[in-house]
Design a protein around this ligand. Structure first.
Ligand SMILES: Cc1cc2nc3c(=O)[nH]c(=O)nc-3n(C[C@H](O)[C@H](O)[C@H](O)COP(=O)(O)O)c2cc1C
Length: 209
């Protein structure tokens, strides 16, 4: 049975562009593979705790206190989910030119040496391989072209974080110019919707490429 891991990170509810597009993408994936198991985290509505002085040993160190042990358990569970997934669908709104802090907290919990990456003589090596990743972004402005392109710290950052853990089969679909009024927003959603439809029908199965 295939597993789809879904990570939403918008702080908006039903009004969220990424949330809508992620839901449609997961629906398409499920139509292609009705037996797929779906694991879902809403990192915007119920964020993971940010790492702190009290909890850091749960992720990097030897946990001893109850907070550290709790953090270790959460991190272990998230990493097990990640390894079990065949396809990962990420909803990533652009906040302050980068990713939402809820999504960042998820990465902070899953990037663990020896489990999701390791250091070898050749440098860092990702241990989360054979995954298909689809990232849906929404941005108020335009970053795929034009003068604000250099300020896209979202796609390069996500590609690096995912690649660092071994995930290189990553497709991005951007809904841009969301802040330019209802017409621009609708056009962006339609365009992203079409791209996602093509992406899933091109490779409807969840098996790795
Ligand atoms: C806290 C916050 C910061 C934002 N920062 C940016 C930004 O740096 N650049 C941008 O183009 N849009 C920015 N936006 C607009 C969002 O990217 C836009 O509303 C997008 O639709 C969010 O995705 P969502 O609808 O799935 O929540 C920001 C929105 C919020 C709430």
């Amino acid at each position: 049975m295939s597993t789809i891991l879904v990570l939403n990170s918008s702080v908006y509810g039903d009004a969220s562009v990424t949330r809508t597009l992620v839901a449609e993408t997961v629906w398409r994936l499920q139509v292609a593979d009705p037996d797929a198991r779906v694991l879902e985290h809403d990192l915007g509505a119920t964020p993971l705790p940010h790492l702190s002085t009290a909890s850091i040993a749960g992720v990097r160190g030897t946990p001893a206190s109850s907070v550290e042990l709790e953090t270790r358990a959460v991190s272990d569970a998230l990493i097990a989910e990640l390894h079990s997934a065949d396809t990962i669908v990420i909803g990533s709104p652009m906040y302050n030119f980068s990713i939402a802090t809820g999504l960042r907290a998820w990465f902070d919990h899953v990037l663990r040496a020896g489990l999701t990456f390791k250091y070898s003589e050749a440098g860092p090596e990702g241990l989360v391989t054979d995954k298909r990743v689809i990232v849906v972004t929404a941005r108020g402005g335009l970053y795929t072209e034009g003068p604000t392109r250099p300020y896209d710290f979202q796609e390069p950052y996500l590609r690096h974080l995912l690649g660092f853990m071994g995930m290189t089969d990553v497709a991005f679909v951007h809904a841009e110019r969301i802040g330019y009024g209802p017409e621009a927003r609708e056009a962006a959603v339609e365009q992203a919707r079409a791209q996602l439809g093509a992406l899933v029908s091109e490779r409807p199965t969840l098996s790795p490429a």
